[in-house]
Design a protein around this ligand. Structure first.
Ligand SMILES: [Zn+2]
Length: 404
């Protein structure tokens, strides 16, 4: 064969091979995009089993409990894959995926019929957390209030009536029950919160302090902790309350760093909810926190009209007295442990607190807009002290209720 032909044939073979390889790349690329996967993990935590479902696609879902199984129906295109980590759990015996008329069913078999569950979910990326636990004889809520806990987390928080039912059913001091503390790191994602002159962002400080507080609480081994966010992501305010209610929170602590146009404004303050702010400064702050960080010079009471509309739906109304006590105790601890100016306990219409069905406070740790306090807020030492102070405060508060 002349050399020319040999070169030509070799060239053609190479081209064909490249074609085949790129075609198969295109195929796998397309496959990964169009076929959603359900990633499932099961872990036992103290007193309950946690089932975590995540997916590369947002899925709508519904629950059905029957006998010893819980079925989560997903509306999903065909080809949904299950990626399940091996697990061993006291309560959850098996998790299987089956095709159903409208999509897929995730069938969770448990070792007992008398179990209850609650859940929370988020989108982008989709994540569904289902907590299953055995119905304790005294500690579990009645069926009527339980149904409210099964609502998807994206829906509005419970109504006041539902919250009140739950309050009387549960109480803060009910014994033999692991209490749940929900920590809410203010802001996140594109909602940066207040910004310091050295460029420190409130959202980063609040998350960092919240994680330290979580560690403190978990080290104490007494309470369960749920965070409204663990990463730098946007979480809408009503969803934060829904996360607390769906997890049957006993306490809700929202952590923030203060912002002011007055660079010299400084100190720590703790808030509980009221539609009427303590003063003009508190009103301005609440407006800022409610509107993802919009600083406004003049804030009138009209700016809170949407809050008035949901007054009837204000789950927090049933807990104001306890919230004020919690605020007092935490503010005292902040005064003792931090060297910041004591700005006291105040009230303001913070949207994030309105729907929470348990004692709830919002802590403004220090002023990020004050250059000196910004430096402090950045330091690991100060953050650790803040977490410690809040931890001491909530411990004292819960002990007070456990004694009663
Ligand atoms: Zn804030």
């Amino acid at each position: 064969m002349p050399k020319f032909f040999r070169t030509l044939i070799a060239g053609l073979i190479t081209l064909t091979l490249i074609g085949a390889v790129s075609a198969s790349f295109a195929l796998t690329g397309k496959k990964a995009k169009s076929v959603p996967t359900l990633k499932v993990t099961v872990e036992d935590e103290s007193g309950f089993s946690k089932l975590q479902v995540s997916s590369n696609t947002n899925l709508s879902y519904s629950f059905k409990k029957s006998g010893n199984s819980l079925t989560i129906s997903f509306k999903a295109p065909s080809g949904l894959k299950l990626d399940k980590k091996p697990f061993s759990s006291q309560l959850v015996k098996s998790v299987e995926l089956a095709k159903s008329p409208n999509g897929y069913s995730l069938i969770i078999k448990t070792g007992a019929e008398d179990f209850t569950f609650s859940h929370s979910a988020r989108k982008n990326p989709f994540e569904l957390i289902v907590n299953l636990k055995l119905k304790g004889e005294k500690s579990s809520p009645p069926e009527s209030s339980f149904s409210t806990a099964e609502k998807p987390a994206g829906q509005p928080a419970q109504t006041q009536a539902a919250a009140a039912t739950e309050a009387s059913a549960k109480g803060i001091g009910s014994k033999n029950q692991v209490k749940t503390i929900v920590i809410d790191p203010g802001h996140g994602g594109i909602e940066t919160g207040a910004k310091g002159s050295f460029g420190t962002l409130e959202k980063d400080i609040t998350l960092s302090i919240s994680k330290k507080l979580k560690d403190d609480i978990e080290r104490g081994l007494k309470y369960r902790v749920v965070m409204t966010r663990e990463d730098d992501v946007v979480v809408p305010l009503d969803k934060r309350a829904a996360i607390a209610n769906n997890n049957k929170a006993d306490l809700f602590i929202s952590i923030h760093a203060n912002g002011s146009r007055r660079l010299r404004a400084s100190g720590s303050e703790t808030y509980f909810l009221s539609l009427n702010a303590t003063d003009e400064e508190a009103r301005r702050l609440a407006y800022f926190e409610n509107n993802s960080g919009e600083l406004k010079n003049e804030v009138s009471t009209n700016d809170f009209d949407d809050l008035k509309l949901i007054l009837w739906d204000m789950a927090q109304a049933a807990y104001l007295k306890q919230s004020s006590q919690l605020a007092e105790i935490v503010q005292n601890e902040l005064n003792e442990l931090l060297n910041t100016k004591n700005r006291g306990v105040k009230q303001a219409p913070f949207k994030v607190l309105t729907g929470v069905a348990c004692p709830a406070i919002l802590v403004e740790v220090a002023f990020i807009t004050n250059p000196e306090e910004e430096k402090m807020l950045q330091s690991d030492e100060f953050q650790t002290k803040v977490a410690e102070a809040i931890y001491q405060g909530l411990n004292k508060f819960l002990q007070l209720y456990e004694k009663q």
